[in-house]
Design a protein around this ligand. Sequence first.
Ligand code: AMP
Length: 223
Amino acid sequence: MNIIIFGPNGSGKGTQGALVKDKYNIAHIESGVIFREHIKNGTELGRKAKAYIDRGELVPDEITIPMVLETLKEKGSKGWLLDGFPRNMVQAQKLWEALQAAGMKLDCVIEILLPRETAKKRIMGRRLCAADNNHPNNIHIEAIKPAGNVCRVCGGALSARADDQDEDAINKRHDIYYNDVDGTLGAAYFYRDMAGAEGFKYIELDGSKPIPQIKEELLGRLG
Ligand code: AMP
């Protein structure tokens, strides 16, 4: 099973991605994670990419595209879920060409839809529980609202991540995502428009619904 997942920061893409990966037991290939590993290991690629990542910009295609295609070849022989790539039109086209050249079939593209303002509010509403990282709290999501000022699960102290409160950084990332001409939505629509003719599924999910509902719909539609 070979799948691409699209969704803005704040849409629950990570949660749904993990679900898909577990269902099919496929390699989860996340471009952001690969970059962070390179930075941690002090590689030449990591050194080049870091400045762009720190500024919230896309790493240039000359670096990103070969890196991801290489990882697909290395780790993707039993199926893959591609997450965070493609992020623009050039990447979308290059990936498609590479899949054709390698005789790799694309089975499904998932797009999680969420209005830009909602995505921004959700990011800014995230709160971290001091006692347990896995206790989700968000002041803008009804189902996981904190209990007053403390964690809704355990009553632990809550704080907000500095980068979640940085509106400029959020806007910059969303400018890239919501660009439907040559940005990330443009890349998603590149696949949407050919899905029927090329014989793969294009699944649109309403990201404003509660997470369990989205999960159920996704599993149902994946078949
Ligand atoms: P992420 O973890 O997906 O939010 O990615 C973190 C950062 O890595 C992004 O802000 C970009 O600077 C860089 N990055 C990740 N994926 C890509 C991509 N497909 N193209 C260019 N830069 C990327």
